[in-house]
Design a binder for this molecule. Structure first.
Ligand code: E4P
Length: 217
């Protein structure tokens, strides 16, 4: 399973990248706003840092402008994936840009039928939003399961990019189901290392190291 980082925070991406944890990056207008940076500048900086796909989202809602924006974003770097919303116009833009050979990430997916449409329109990635479904008391993970079954039934190559990941359990469940990619905030990825028994065990070892005066260097 690939790890994408869901942020436009360059130092946070760099820290995870140094450990080999970054297979790609996703951004959205809210994350660009949070960065306080110009979208083209910050996206270029991310692309210079990371080899894998970097999703940058269009701002228009009509297909023609989405396509024009997508083409401008694609000039930033070879690893840009154009992110379009899961609307009829977004699907039109997805089809045109995919036919041009561009990577397209269809975002804001909340149903398996939407995911089916995105795959048929040639999406490279489909981004089902788990956390936002959980927020309204629906089952985000069930959506990932349904899309996995449907894509496997028909051999669609569109990659399931599980998004709106909020917890370590989301990551684990996505790995069990077979999502191709998860995109998560840096804090969630770093949080995967934490286990109380690891902390407790280390404390005990450190106490014994001190008591026995064990030294290596
Ligand atoms: C994915 O590409 C989105 O940027 C992101 O995962 C949305 O997550 P949120 O629901 O926590 O804002």
């Amino acid at each position: 399973m690939k790890f994408f980082v869901d942020t436009a925070d360059i130092p946070a991406i760099a820290e995870l990248h140094a450990l080999g944890m970054v297979d790609g990056v996703t951004t959205n207008p809210s994350l660009i706003k949070k960065s306080g940076r110009d979208i083209l500048e910050v996206t270029k900086e991310i692309c210079d840092l990371v080899d894998g796909p970097v999703s940058a989202e269009v701002t228009a809602t009509d297909a023609d402008t989405m396509i024009a924006e997508g083409r401008k974003l694609l000039e930033i770097a070879e690893n840009i994936a154009v992110k379009v919303p899961l609307t009829w116009d977004g699907l039109k833009a997805c089809k045109v840009l995919s036919d041009d050979g561009a990577m397209v990430n269809v975002t804001l997916c909340f149903s398996a039928n939407q995911a089916l449409l995105a795959a048929k329109a040639g999406a490279t990635f489909i981004s089902p939003f788990i956390g936002r479904l959980d927020d309204i008391h629906m089952d985000g993970m069930e959506l990932i399961e349904d899309i996995r079954v449907i894509y496997d039934n028909y051999g669609f190559e569109t990659q399931i990019l599980a998004a709106s990941i909020r917890s370590a359990n989301h990551v684990l469940d996505c790995a069990r189901i077979g999502a191709d990619v998860i995109t998560a905030p840096p804090a969630v990825i770093k949080g995967l290392v934490t286990h109380p028994l690891t902390d407790k065990g280390l404390d005990a070892f450190l106490a014994d190291i001190k008591a026995a005066g064990i030294k290596i260097l």
